[in-house]
Design a protein around this ligand. Structure first.
Ligand SMILES: O=c1[nH]c(=O)c2[nH]c(=O)[nH]c2[nH]1
Length: 282
């Protein structure tokens, strides 16, 4: 005997750019949206009966149509509106989940001033959110960021680790510390100034990364998470992933040259992978 254990469906990679025109300049948002629904879809899988199926094409159209009318200024608020709309119009749906990735666009600086209607991609960093709700439940909002690429050239050491017969890594008091941060935090409330809170979390993590006297990626990751929780009461849990993007000192002695921590080869693979979830004690 076999059974359908679980199922969900939706539309992925719905790409949306929204321009909001103010007299003093334009705002530009680029979002990639994913909609996923759970509900009474067993008969579609088991019998080919599509009578309960909202087509994923309609979901895509819903994203664009709501984006036109929405007054939301944050991804979180737009995702909440989309979840409410999908649940409200579709009683066959038991829960809806909307994820959004936002690309960083910045006003172009021209002659020292931000240009009102010309933009530049900030970096490959993404701001993220996932908003989920059941028909009778309240919002669960997980927001974060991804691919925040950082590097520090001082205040990073790695010593005192296990040395066994397979250890070749030399200890170092002074190394480069490169990473691409992924973070996801959980809000204590579903009605917040999400943009302001996000800016504060990000700035706090960046300050800690820059100022931390690092004995390991693990220690710095924890310090970044702890400082975010200390500075931002609107979150109560944060998960951070930080790959250790090794920058290896090049051996120049073969050429009769010294290398006092100046010439490195950045490597992407393999890389260390450090992850932790940090929360307030209940
Ligand atoms: O900060 C580090 N943590 C590790 O666990 C580790 N392992 C390693 O090879 N280099 C590093 N660096």
């Amino acid at each position: 005997m076999i059974e359908l254990a679980q199922n969900r469906y939706g539309k992925s990679r719905v790409r949306l750019m929204k321009v909001t025109r103010h007299s003093h300049g334009h705002e530009l948002r680029e979002w990639t949206v994913q909609v996923l629904l759970k509900g009474a879809f067993d008969s579609a899988h088991l019998d080919g009966d599509n009578s309960k199926i909202l087509s994923t094409d309609t979901m895509k159209n819903t994203v664009y149509s709501l984006a036109r009318t929405s007054q939301a200024t944050s991804m979180e608020d737009f995702a909440k509106e989309l979840v409410d709309f999908l649940l409200g119009h579709n009683p066959q749906v038991s829960s809806a989940s909307v994820s959004i990735e936002s690309t960083m666009w910045k006003h172009l600086t021209v002659d020292g001033n931000p240009h009102p209607s010309a933009f530049m991609r900030g970096s490959g960093e993404l701001q993220t959110t996932n908003v989920e709700r059941t028909q009778s439940g309240s919002f669960l909002i997980l927001s974060g960021l991804d691919n925040l690429v950082l590097l520090k050239t001082a205040h990073s050491s790695f010593e005192g680790y296990i040395k066994d017969s397979l250890t070749t890594l030399p200890e170092t008091k002074d190394r480069l510390f490169g990473t691409a941060v992924r973070a996801e935090w959980q809000y204590t409330s579903a009605t917040l100034d999400f943009e302001a809170v996000r800016i504060k979390i990000r700035e706090t993590m960046l300050r800690t990364f820059a100022n931390h006297d690092s004995k390991s990626v693990q220690q710095t990751l924890y310090a970044m998470a702890a400082s975010a929780l200390e500075d931002v009461p609107e979150i109560d849990e944060i998960e951070i992933t930080m790959p250790n993007k090794h920058c290896l000192l090049v051996d120049l002695s073969r050429f009769g040259q010294d290398n006092p921590n100046e010439i490195f080869v950045p490597t992407d693979e393999p890389h260390g992978y450090i992850e932790a979830r940090v929360r307030r004690k209940s």
